[in-house]
Ligand binder design. Structure first.
Ligand code: ADE
Length: 214
């Protein structure tokens, strides 16, 4: 079973995603286990403070290095071989190849989800991978962490069911059909399904799909 630990100030953000659909089923079927680590627990002082102002000035607050490192140390104590992933707009682009590699690996994952205007850069000494999920800036690392978890977990053998396995095409390419698809009814408000798809002619269907690949 793959262990995925998530360090966050907002555990509730993960609920809807980890407790629905395929990600939930993967956990129920013991293909994966999720553990949320509340960063607040490692905050400093009575108020459990996790952020402070940036040295050198500038707007906003940064996550302090100590709470992050303590949370990582707890996650590593739970799972010593796990790798640590930091979502950041300054990271390497998170591509399907990275999802494939992380799905095929035999170690656990620890995902950080930084908040506020950023984090103390020294935390990167405890980080194995830094990934950016796209050319836009989000308010925090929670959504990127969820995107990466979704992309990885769907590739684990047994999660998508049917023919999914380490050797089949969806594992390697990891994507949905690249051609347009249709289901019943064969006409909706004057919009027909391309007749070739109803023809039962497998060669012509394959040709049509090849021609319409995105
Ligand atoms: N944090 C904020 N924006 C992000 C992005 N696009 N990718 C990863 N982490 C982020």
């Amino acid at each position: 079973m793959r262990k995925i630990q998530i360090v966050t100030l907002f555990p509730e953000m993960f609920k809807g995603v980890l407790e629905s659909s395929m990600l939930f089923k993967a956990a129920k079927n013991e293909i994966v286990s999720y553990e949320i680590i509340n960063l607040r627990k490692f905050g400093k002082g009575l108020r459990k403070r996790v952020d402070d102002t940036p040295y050198g000035g500038g707007d906003g607050m940064l996550l302090m290095v100590e709470p992050l490192v303590k949370a990582i140390e707890l996650a590593k104590a739970n799972d010593p071989s796990a790798v640590v992933i930091l979502p950041t707009p300054r990271g390497e682009d998170f591509k399907q190849a990275a999802a494939n590699a992380l799905a095929q690996a035999d170690h656990g994952l620890i995902l950080l989800s930084p908040r506020y205007e950023g984090y103390d850069e020294r935390v990167t000494n405890w980080v194995d991978y830094q990934y950016c999920i796209g050319p836009y800036v989000l308010t925090g690392g929670e959504l990127p962490a969820m995107v990466m978890i979704d992309a990885i977990v769907r590739l684990l053998p047994g999660v998508l069911g049917g023919a999914n396995s380490a050797s089949d095409e969806s594992f390697q390419g990891g994507d949905e059909a690249e051609y347009p698809q249709y289901t019943r009814p064969d006409e909706f408000r004057g919009l027909p399904v391309p007749p070739v798809l109803l023809s039962g002619n497998h060669r012509q269907i394959a040709e049509w799909r090849a021609k319409h690949k995105r």
